[in-house]
Design a protein around this ligand. Structure first.
Ligand code: NAP
Length: 467
């Protein structure tokens, strides 16, 4: 048979995960002149957009406008959205491999990294990613509870997720009322008694993982003062020289901002955010529920390849905290029937081509990955574009070289299989109705939308709209 990609015999691609990386892979495939494609975009949720909906902070609405481009892609006649289809339950990876010439895994990193310290499981100790999912109305986190009656909170880690969580806690409900924050979170934040938020970074200010605008935002909060310890944010001459030589502007600006924070006097705002450095959590203290973070002071040593490592000293300090958010990164989860590199938390791959196992050079024909499940949880939304293009280019190379496996049946066969499994598929038209309902619910409140946060409610609204 001739190569797929003609109108009679289109290239059939399944993209699993409707977040940014999945959409950028679709965009690149649709851009190919003269290539006829049929792309099915799966998501386990009835709603698209992955972390743009469930991760980006509600007070960063501008970042969310990126979905306009995704909307156009999903509305392309070659693309179908199959929402609320759980790969592994409604359809297996092997069945996808049989029905499509290529499968692109775009499932992201769906859990948090653990600290591996005593007390991590105490009540009041949470993964920051859970809090993020909760305030963003993600159905998986809808029923979690966070004890915001606590006055002292510790956030461990100084990446952008730590910045988001700190800002949401520090802003309070009034400043978030005009966003798309989940109603249950807005209500809980309105009753919040949080006063003191301490962010703990294990290395120095020059190694802070957060980006400059996020750090700067903390200094502009109406309801919170920001502070840092001058001795912890001072830059030694050697580090400054190294940053200047490397032209690391983010680190240089971050250091300047932090030094300015250290020089600020408290203005008596109702909350305070303190950014601490060179402290690693050694244990969470408390009986049953957390009362503090026992931290060890670190010193920095230059490692091989120019990296800077934190090495523990024998000085300890306890930071009181009745609520702790562990914000030390996301982690990919394995999917039954798909290779997984347990060490890295990713699908083993070579430039996006899935490998049979970690360390192997054997490529699985027709299997690809993009985004965080490909490279790990790093970068901003835009980072996923070149990442997805790289993978899509490998897929197109394999198409041209005749290396893609055959695809059995077409969309009708896949639909029959899903129907036989009793899958309740949410289409793009269904999502558009949900979207319109959310926006309409937000309008009288001056909010961009009020999100559905329970799957049953989403499915109920979809059914009501269909009849
Ligand atoms: P991240 O940027 O990788 O930051 C993780 C933080 O945890 C770092 O400060 C890291 O310190 C620290 N850490 C790791 N292991 C630790 C340990 N055992 N003990 C103490 N600290 C530890 O991860 P993230 O904040 O989850 O963000 C994930 C990605 O999403 C990032 O690329 C981020 O930029 C992006 N994001 C972007 C935005 C935005 O653009 N506004 C918002 C949210 C997320 P070390 O540096 O010392 O390892």
């Amino acid at each position: 048979m001739s190569l797929p990609g003609t109108p009679e015999h289109p290239l059939r691609v399944a993209v699993v995960g409707a977040g940014p990386s999945g959409f950028y892979a679709i965009e690149h495939l649709l851009r190919q002149d003269g290539l006829a494609v049929e792309i099915d975009l799966f998501d386990r949720l009835p709603t698209p957009y992955g972390l743009v909906r469930g991760g980006v902070a509600p007070d960063h609405q501008k970042i969310k406008s990126v979905v306009k481009a995704y909307e156009r892609l999903a509305s392309h006649p070659a693309v179908r959205f199959l929402g609320h289809v759980r790969v592994g339950t409604d359809v297996t990876p092997a069945e996808l491999a049989a029905h499509y010439h290529a499968v692109v895994w775009a499932v992201g990193a769906q859990t948090d990294r653990a600290l591996g310290i005593p007390g991590e499981g105490l009540a009041g100790s949470h993964a920051a990613t859970e809090f993020v999912g909760w305030y963003n109305g993600h159905p998986d986190y809808r029923d979690l509870a966070f004890d915001l009656s606590q006055e002292a909170v510790a956030v461990i880690g100084i990446g952008n997720v730590a910045m988001d969580v700190t800002r949401i806690l520090a802003k309070g409900a009034d400043a978030l009322a005009a966003t798309d924050i989940a109603p249950h979170a807005l209500e809980a934040l309105a009753a919040s008694r949080v006063r003191e938020i301490t962010v703990l970074a294990r290395r120095g200010p020059a190694q802070a993982a957060c980006t400059t605008p996020e750090l700067r935002e903390l200094g502009e909060l109406a309801e919170a003062d920001v502070a840092a310890h001058a001795d912890e944010v001072a830059l030694d001459d050697a580090t400054r020289a190294a940053l200047e030589a490397a032209d690391d502007r983010t680190a240089l600006r971050n250091c300047e901002i932090l030094q300015a924070y250290a020089g600020r006097a408290a203005t008596g705002k109702r909350r305070r955010v303190t950014l601490r450095f060179l402290l690693s959590p050694a244990a969470l203290e408390g009986e049953g529920r957390v009362t503090g973070v026992r931290a060890v002071r670190n010193r920095l040593v230059a490692g091989e390849g120019g990296d800077v490592r934190a090495v523990a000293t024998d000085t300890h300090e306890t930071i009181p905290a009745g609520l702790v958010f562990r914000s030390v990164g996301y982690r990919g989860v394995p999917l039954d029937g798909v290779p997984f590199d347990a060490k890295r938390g990713t699908i083993p791959n070579a430039a996006g081509r899935v490998l049979r196992e970690a360390g192997s050079h054997e490529v699985l024909p027709g299997q690809y990955c993009v985004g965080w499940i490909k490279r790990g949880p790093s970068g901003v939304i835009g980072t996923n574009k070149p990442d997805a293009v790289e993978t899509a280019e490998r897929l197109l190379d394999d198409l041209r070289e005749g290396r893609l496996p055959a695809a059995e049946g077409g969309r009708a066969a896949l639909d029959a299989l899903l129907a036989a499994r009793g899958a309740d598929v949410v289409t793009w038209a269904d999502w558009r109705r949900l979207d319109a309902l959310e926006v309409a619910a937000g309008q009288p409140l001056g909010r961009p939308r009020v999100k559905f946060s329970r799957i049953d409610d989403m499915l109920g609204a979809v059914r009501a709209a269909r009849t």
